[in-house]
Ligand binder design. Structure first.
Ligand code: CDP
Length: 781
């Protein structure tokens, strides 16, 4: 994109974020800021039991609480055929129960009151009688014969949801049998929860004309409107979903939660706008969860370290309903990116999903539909294989990486990687961190009995869904959109089908358009998230915005340029064939002095356009990507471990990322810093465990340990640039790379430090007691 005269705010410039002007002054407009005349408040009664029969539910006392206007129950919803709703994976989910509760924290009734405090008092006054039922928490036990069957409502006779497999089983079995070295590892990636600063919520309003408007914390407003239309029977023009500023989404704001639906029902029944804002415990106990994958994997290699085959068997705990937002073709998301950065000749992956008495699982927590689970598995295995072979883990990777000249590369499990230079990224990370010197230091320390470890993760990501031929959510094809309009004075309004939750889209989309139109970014306004105004799109998750709507913005701008070139020819009195787009303006070929800027052309488009041509200067593009993009990176982590306490300290962490052409380096760096912290979190601290009765043991921030600035290591970042060959300007997504890549680097460093003890795995999070136990497993302490 190097240019003699860069357009102000064009691609590659670290301009400050436009949206920060309102955020840093506390002037963001979040759902909880929406305040409508006559607005009521909804609060939810939640189940204390993980599995129980509801034998009675009495509203009377709650209705006597001053300010309480209504109590909505499952029976009320059932009368309107709204007690159940579809999930995004075509399963069914209760809005409110009529007979049984299926997890602790499940919504049992809604209380509507004039203010939030009265609603909370009303919740406390609703009387529910429960008869506890046997609880199924362990997914392995859930699949045993004789386990209580949880989804009899679906006609199920067991708790098995689905089996999914991909790859060549026979060839993989044979290759593993013939491999000189076979590594076998069991890994558990525990249940974690998105902990956005802003929990979920909505304000639902029905106007006098019967139009429903919902201000909602959703990452996918158009898809939600379609689901609402299909479920309620309301026509789409009578439903408006507005996703205002969102305080973090990370995949947790893709599904439809019962609170949203109950708020809509409450607005319809009371005739008042109704606000529902989830509290932290509601958020940590009842929304959809991530991970919860029990993985058993085998990796084969030759004696001299050539990887041969990969076989993976996984059990996925989906809770009581499969509410993951996965493409319908891929119930285990993109888990089959698990061959990672390596050219396996053969691989086989199978996943089984089970129902348990937990809230729904399987959301893509800052990752592209299960890619974190995949990247963690392969990078943990490769590290362990290096230890088993007595090879340096960097050397093993460098020996096996898919070479740059092999791209586009077809993986053993069916993906076509667009571009990559894996050795380049790892070598850069090694040079930044001083790898050889660190290995020497480690050898010295080992002699003295000190525990220091170095861990690598060379991950390959897969982001940017579509293509629509492969990807859909509930049958809605995955593409995305941009609508660009240039006003007469050369100022631009663009609307897109995605929805920022803090990623800085108002800035970076403006930068793409600035580059493509030659108009300064400060003259370009970006809008997202309102279904009445934005073109239809699938929303923002899975790092798809840049690969899809970012591409659509560039393509819409190029459509505008086609028309603008004709206007330029008209103004410059030459043939359109004599016009070229150069240096961000239209020039007469070979006559640089004769040129017109886009702003001049925009004015003419409304005041002096050629006869026979339509007035105006605008275009819309629905971009269906020909392929996904495959960003990648190499991370190296150095840890020191206190032998006496098991405390792990991340001393250094170098992250080299490659997301192709970068739109805004400062924003990408911010994305990587945040992503690394969200990768460090599950590796070291975060987990939602359940006890045998199904009690959630981490329902508040006292137990669910988020890393603060105190725990978070200092991140050192670097980059390489390998453009995507199929994206209009060579960009790949990046928002999730660091969350995907970081955990394996940290765990690998800890396992490397503990190699003298023969430790090959500790399941995350790596708490001090777990590490201490691993160190002292054999000395009887
Ligand atoms: O879909 P989401 O916005 O979460 O992910 P993304 O497309 O990876 O973008 C995250 C942020 O990084 C956005 O502001 C992008 O415009 C920016 N970005 C960038 O500046 N350059 C890239 N090559 C990729 C993303």
């Amino acid at each position: 994109m190097a240019d003699a005269t860069p357009v102000p705010g064009g691609i590659g410039q670290s301009i400050v974020r436009k949206e920060d002007a309102r955020f840093i002054r506390g002037k963001g407009n979040y759902v909880d800021d929406v305040d409508l005349p006559g607005m009521l408040f909804l609060d939810l009664v939640r189940s204390p039991y993980a599995h129980a029969k509801i034998t009675a539910l009495r509203k009377e006392k709650a209705l006597q609480v001053p300010g309480v206007l209504a109590v909505i129950t499952g029976a009320d919803l059932a009368a309107a055929k709204l007690a159940w709703m579809p999930t995004l994976m075509s399963d069914t989910q209760m809005v409110l129960p009529t007979d049984e509760v299926m997890f602790q924290g499940q919504e049992v009734a809604g209380v509507v009151a004039t203010d939030r405090y009265s609603a909370a008092d009303g919740v406390a006054a609703v009387e529910v009688d429960y008869e506890p039922l046997p609880v199924v928490i362990d997914p392995f036990k859930a699949l045993e014969p004789g386990a209580p069957v949880l989804r009899k409502d679906k006609g199920k006779t067991d708790n098995h949801i689905w089996h999914w497999e991909v790859g060549d089983k026979a060839a993989t079995d044979k290759a593993l049998k013939e491999s000189a070295v076979v590594l076998h590892e069991k890994l558990y990636i525990p249940r974690i929860h998105v902990a956005s600063i802003e929990p979920c919520g909505c304000v639902a309003q029905v106007d006098v004309m019967g139009k429903l408007t919902v201000w909602m914390t959703t990452q996918a407003p158009h898809a939600i409107r379609t689901v609402f239309a299909l479920v309620s029977g309301l026509p789409e023009n009578q439903i408006r979903i507005i996703s205002p500023d969102i305080g973090g989404g990370f995949g947790g704001k893709v599904p439809v939660y019962p609170g949203y639906v109950i708020a809509v029902v409450a607005a319809l029944t009371t005739g008042h706008p109704v606000k529902w804002i989830e509290d932290r415990t509601g958020n940590l106990t009842s929304d959809s969860f991530a991970r919860d994958y029990h993985i058993e994997a085998e990796l084969g290699a030759t004696k001299d370290g050539k990887l041969t085959a990969l076989r993976v068997k996984t059990l996925a705990d989906h809770g009581y309903t499969d509410a993951a937002a996965n493409p319908s073709k891929f119930p285990a998301g993109l888990f089959h990116i698990i061959t990672g950065s390596y050219p396996f000749a053969t691989a086989f992956v199978e996943v089984d999903a089970a129902y348990t008495n937990k809230p729904p699982g399987g959301i893509a927590y800052r990752c592209s539909f299960r890619v974190t689970e995949a990247a963690y598995t392969i990078e943990r295995l490769v590290e362990n294989m290096a230890h088993k072979l007595g090879m340096d883990p960097a050397e093993l990777r460098l020996k096996n990486f898919i070479p740059p000249e092999a791209f586009p590369f077809k993986s053993a499990l069916g993906w076509t990687y667009d571009s990559g230079n894996y050795a380049g990224a790892l070598q850069k990370a090694m040079q930044m961190i001083g790898y050889d010197a660190l290995r020497r230091e480690q050898a010295e320390k080992r002699k003295r009995g000190e525990l220091m470890g170095i861990g690598i993760s060379s991950f390959t990501e897969i982001v940017g869904a579509g293509p629509s031929r492969q990807f859909d959510i509930l049958g809605i094809k995955m593409f995305d959109s941009a609508e660009v309009r240039i006003h007469p004075t050369g100022k631009v309004l663009a609307r897109l089908g995605t929805k920022s939750q803090g990623q800085g889209h108002e800035t970076t989309y403006a930068q793409i358009l600035a580059e493509e139109l030659g108009i300064p970014a400060e003259h370009i306004s970006i809008e997202e998230g309102d279904t009445d105004t934005a073109p239809y799109g699938l929303g923002t998750y899975a790092s798809r915005s840049t690969p899809t709507s970012g591409a659509a913005a560039a393509m819409a701008a190029r459509k505008i340029r086609e028309k603008a070139a004709k206007i330029a020819a008209h103004l410059l009195e030459v043939s359109p064939d004599d016009i070229e787009w150069k240096d961000h303006k239209f020039q007469v070929k070979g006559v640089p002095g004769k040129s017109k800027t886009m702003a001049e052309i925009a004015f003419a488009a409304y005041t002096n356009h050629p006869q026979g041509m339509e007035a105006g200067l605008e275009a819309v593009d629905y971009y269906d990507p020909p392929n996904l993009t495959y960003p990648f990176g190499s991370y190296i982590c150095v840890v020191d471990i206190d032998k006496e306490t098991g405390q792990v300290k991340v001393r250094r962490f170098v992250a080299v990322d490659d997301c192709g052409v970068i739109i805004n380096p400062m924003i990408v760096d911010g994305q990587i810093h945040g992503g690394l912290t969200m990768g460090f979190a599950p590796a070291m601290l975060e987990e939602i465990p359940y006890d045998a009765e199904g009690n959630n043991r981490a329902g508040s921030f006292l137990e669910y340990l988020l890393p603060t600035a105190v725990e978070t290591p200092k991140w050192e970042t670097g980059k390489t640039t390998t453009p995507s060959p199929h994206h209009p300007f060579g960009a790949k997504g990046v928002g999730e790379s660091a969350t995907v890549g970081a955990p394996a680097a940290i765990v690998n460093a800890v396992i490397d430090a503990l190699a003298p003890y023969g430790v090959t795995n500790i399941d995350i999070p790596l708490s001090a007691p777990k590490v201490w136990k691993a160190i002292h497993a054999k000395d009887g302490r």
